[in-house]
Write a protein that binds this ligand. Structure first.
Ligand SMILES: O=C(O)Cc1cc(O)ccc1O
Ligand SMILES: [Fe+2]
Length: 453
């Protein structure tokens, strides 16, 4: 549907390279959009016959009877029903994409770990073959937990499509630009933006500017939602209007095509003779969306002390236990530091939640060295961590004038479940064996005499 790879058939999508048909603003709205006039039935979901000879089909993202505030479904008006977009399934192997439970003997997940940016290998890697799982948590079979991945993508999927029945995907680009051509429309993303692809939605990933690298959080559980703001009120943090859902865009294109499905941690392929991205119009609230992280309005300490990082939550995926997320997606962006008589960087701590961090660009205040853009760190359940010696010295001796933390954007995937390393993370990815030593140089200052040391 994009610039280059259309050979036949009708496409209602961008007019030229880079063009995009547009987005609808809002989070969780009941959207409606049509790529052809009057393709969307009005006043009902299932007319006896749909305009243009389209088929009506519902995509249910929550149980039919989920409470109203959580209930999500979308009605699609499509050229063929989805049953034509799958045939017989044959198992395939994507050896680097792992799913929980995946606890390996001989792989020690207990520890503080950090990785250099993973170089993008030579050769063609697609969204499917370039996915590298770093950690898994929970259990996909009971729709609880998550996995973290790095994607290394150099090649567009061609006549190839994918959907995950296991998960919603949160995509955090770090380098390059990607286009997600989905059943419900087209999403373009670049660094400092994120994309969310709901469970069950079919899509193809194209490289707009490569090589592309980034992070993925695969959410097996309840969908990402905006956090409650509590006393903060109705504004700031992530504002709903800054979330963008694509308008309808479809392909009427006959070509032998492969559809890959992730289901209970296994991958299968099926072959069809047309593009499955054939939704001409849709309405509903179960959809893909993007968000520009630069529109996140951080709220923080304006007098003293360092708040819990939950103050920087962009999206939260509930676990069923209130306040204890399956996943929090937390953003550490540029901001002013103004706290008086305070240790300004993150404090030293141990946490029941497991923290996987990635650096999108710049310098992270608690780790000025060694946590490079593209790099990853993991501070697992109840494992102590905090600022390194350089950050500690700077924070304890610096003048506490207002200071802009500029040129910085890191994030955290924080889960209530312990994260287990894959073999790839433990043995193939560029782990920093000396990471634990960043805290060695924090010497004992206590000598039993009072006074600031
Ligand atoms: O660097 C970290 O470990 C993440 C983090 C940031 C922060 O501001 C407070 C606590 C915390 O875990
Ligand atoms: Fe932490």
């Amino acid at each position: 549907m994009t610039d280059s790879d259309q050979t036949s058939g009708m496409t209602r999508a961008p007019a030229g390279p880079g063009a995009h048909p547009g987005y609808l603003p809002g989070f969780g709205n009941d959207f409606e959009t049509e790529a052809l006039p009057d393709a969307l039935p009005q006043g009902q979901n299932s007319p006896q016959r749909c305009n243009y000879g389209l088929y009506a089909e519902q995509l249910s993202g929550t149980a039919f009877t989920a409470p109203r505030g959580q209930n999500e479904r979308t009605w699609c008006y499509r050229i063929r029903p989805s049953v034509h977009h799958t045939g017989r399934f044959a198992a395939i192997d994507l050896p680097y994409w792992k799913t929980a439970p995946h606890v390996l003997p001989g792989v020690t997940s207990l520890g503080q770990y950090r990785w250099d940016p993973i170089p993008v290998p030579q050769g063609d890697l697609t969204w499917l073959t370039g996915m590298r799982t770093m950690t898994t948590a929970g259990d996909v079979n009971i729709q609880v937990g998550m996995a973290t991945h790095v994607y290394l993508v150099t090649a567009s999927m061609r006549d190839e499509y994918f959907f995950s029945a296991d998960s919603e995907l949160l995509v955090v680009p770090q380098q390059g630009r990607l286009r997600f051509c989905t059943e419900l429309g087209i999403i373009d993303v670049q660094p400092q933006e994120i994309a969310i692809l709901p469970r069950g939605l079919v899509y193809r990933v194209e490289v707009l500017e490569g090589p592309a690298r980034g992070f993925v959080c695969e959410n097996y559980g309840q969908k990402f939602d905006l956090p409650d703001r509590g006393p903060i009120g109705a504004n700031c943090l992530a504002n709903p209007r800054d979330f963008k859902t694509p308008v309808a865009a479809f392909e009427d294109r006959d070509a032998r095509s492969r559809v890959v499905i992730k289901w209970c941690g296994q991958f299968h392929e099926t072959w069809i003779d047309h593009s499955p991205l054939d939704v001409v119009a849709w309405h509903g609230n179960y959809c893909a969306y993007k968000y520009d992280l630069r529109t996140y309005s951080p709220v923080g300490a304006i007098l003293f002390d360092h708040p819990d990082p939950s103050i920087f939550t962009v999206l939260t995926a509930p676990s069923g236990q209130e306040g204890t997320a399956n996943i929090d997606f937390v953003l550490f962006r540029d901001r002013w530091m103004v706290a008086e008589h305070s240790f300004r960087p993150p404090w030293y701590h141990k946490n029941i939640m497991s923290e996987l961090m990635g650096n999108i660009h710049g310098i992270y205040d608690a780790k000025p060295q060694g946590f490079a853009p593209g790099g990853i760190s993991l501070h697992n359940c109840m494992l102590p961590h905090g600022p390194d010696r350089e950050a500690f010295d700077k924070a304890t001796t610096g003048d506490l004038v207002p200071h802009k933390l500029a040129e910085t954007m890191s994030f955290m995937f924080e889960t209530r479940f312990p994260q287990h390393l894959t073999k790839y993370a433990a043995h193939e990815a560029p782990m920093q064996p000396e990471y634990i030593d960043v805290w060695n140089r924090l010497e004992k200052k206590f000598d039993g005499t009072p006074g600031v040391k």
